[in-house]
Design a protein around this ligand. Structure first.
Ligand code: ZN
Ligand code: ZN
Length: 360
C-alpha cells in the first residue's frame, strides 16, 4: 500500500470504522478521490477498509484505473453502481462506514441507506482535507514542475506586452503553458492593464496595453492534477512616481509576508505582516482580500491566510501563497504572488519569476 492509503487506513482504525466510502460520480467531481487513489477519470467510488482498498468504476475506465491506482483493487460496476457496491460491502462484512458528510447529496445518501441496509453510516468531516494539508514529496514536485512550466511560458510573452491587447497576451501565455508541458491551465489567465488593474480578478479584455501602465498577470499551469499559482505586476515604458510607489509598497508587503512563512507560524501572522505594511502606507482599504491560500489538487485550498476565519499553524509540507495587492479604481492596481512550500527550517519558493521592479 502507498503512503496515502496507509495513512487513511490508520485514521479509520482510530475512529473504529470498518471502511470509508468516497463518491465521485460524473456529476460530482472530487479531488479527494484523485488524491487518495491517483485515478484521474471522471467517475468512481472508493471503498477503503482498514486493510483493503477498492475502486469501483465503469467499463470506460477500468483499464485506466488499473494503471493510475495501483494501491486499489479495481471493481467494474454496471447500472446501477450501487449493486456492485452492496456486493462488496456485504462480502467484506463492512458495517461501520464513514462517508464525506459535506460532499454526499441527500439523494445519494438515501440510496446507500436503502441498498446497503446492513451498514451504519458515520459522517466524516474534513478527514481527507486534513491529510491533504501536508503534501508528500511527489505532490510538491508536481507543483514545482507546474510552476516551472508557467514561468517558462511567461518569459516567452513578457517582453511583448506593449501595444498588444490584454486578451492576446493571455491567449499567448495560455498556449505557451500548454506547449511547455502543462496538462491544462490552472485557471483562466488574468491579464489587466492600466486602470483595469484595479479589478483583482479582471478578465483580459480587448484593451491595448500602453506605455506608462502597470500590467498584472495572474497565471498557473496544471500537471498531474496539481496547480501552480503566481502573479506578476510589471511596468510598460515610463511609469509615474505614484504607480511606482504602489509597486514598492506591495513588494515590501509581500517580502514581509514571505518572511513569516516557517513551521510553527500562524497563517494569521503571514496575513498581518502584509496587511500592516499596506495599512501603514495608507492603502489598507484598497487591500480587500486575504493574503494567501494553499495550492495543490485545488488552486485554492487550506491553509488560508486572512485576517478573519480560521487560523492555521504552518507545518513542513504545507503550501501557501503570499499575494498582497492594492487596487485603486480609476488608477490601477498591483498584486504580487508567489507559492511557497513550508520546509523544516523555513520556506522554499516554488514560483520562480522575479518579483522585483521590471519594465518592458
Ligand atoms: Zn493567483
Ligand atoms: Zn492565489
Amino acid at each position: 500500500m502507498g503512503e496515502i492509503v496507509t495513512r487513511l487506513q490508520a485514521k479509520l482504525r482510530e475512529r473504529g470504522l470498518d471502511a470509508a466510502l468516497f463518491a465521485a460520480p460524473e456529476q460530482l467531481p472530487s479531488t479527494n478521490t484523485r488524491y487518495l487513489s491517483g485515478f484521474s477519470g471522471s467517475s468512481c467510488y472508493l471503498l477503503v477498509g482498514t486493510t483493503s482498498a477498492y475502486l469501483l468504476t465503469d467499463f470506460r475506465y477500468t483499464e485506466q484505473a488499473k494503471k493510475e491506482a495501483p494501491d486499489f483493487e479495481i471493481v467494474r460496476h454496471g447500472v446501477p453502481y450501487v449493486q456492485a457496491l452492496r456486493e462488496l460491502q456485504e462480502g467484506q462484512g463492512f458495517r461501520r462506514i464513514g462517508f464525506e458528510a459535506d460532499k454526499v447529496p441527500v439523494s445519494m445518501f438515501q440510496e446507500w441507506q436503502d441498498h446497503l441496509s446492513s451498514a451504519e453510516f458515520e459522517p466524516l468531516r474534513g478527514l481527507v482535507e486534513e491529510m491533504r494539508l501536508v503534501k508528500t514529496a511527489a505532490e510538491v514536485q508536481a507543483i514545482r514542475r507546474a510552476a516551472e512550466v508557467a514561468d517558462r511560458a511567461l518569459l516567452s510573452v513578457i517582453s511583448t506586452l506593449k501595444g498588444r491587447r490584454e486578451r492576446d497576451v493571455a491567449v499567448d501565455l495560455e498556449v505557451a503553458m500548454r506547449r511547455e508541458g502543462a496538462d491544462a491551465l490552472a485557471f483562466p489567465t488574468i491579464v489587466v492593464s492600466g486602470s483595469r488593474g484595479s479589478l483583482p480578478h479582471g478578465q483580459p479584455s480587448p484593451k491595448v496595453i500602453e506605455a506608462g501602465e502597470l500590467v498584472t498577470i495572474d497565471f498557473g499551469a496544471r500537471i498531474n492534477g496539481y496547480h501552480s499559482d503566481e502573479t506578476v505586476t510589471v511596468g510598460v515604458g515610463q511609469l509615474s512616481a505614484e504607480l511606482r510607489s504602489l509597486f514598492d509598497i506591495v513588494s515590501e508587503a509581500q517580502q514581509r509576508g514571505i518572511a513569516q512563512v516557517r513551521p510553527g507560524a500562524s497563517s494569521r501572522d503571514v496575513d498581518q505582516a502584509c496587511r500592516d505594511h499596506i495599512d501603514r502606507a495608507g492603502y489598507g482599504e484598497q487591500f480587500g482580500h486575504g493574503t494567501g491560500h494553499g495550492v495543490g489538487l485545488e488552486v485554492h485550498e487550506a491553509p488560508f491566510a486572512s485576517p478573519r476565519g480560521r487560523e492555521w499553524v504552518l507545518a513542513p509540507g504545507m503550501t501557501i501563497t503570499v499575494e498582497p495587492g492594492i487596487y485603486i479604481p480609476g488608477i490601477g492596481g498591483v498584486r504580487l504572488e508567489d507559492t511557497l512550500v513550508v520546509t523544516e527550517t523555513g520556506a522554499e519558493r516554488l514560483t520562480g519569476f522575479p518579483k522585483r521592479w521590471q519594465t518592458y
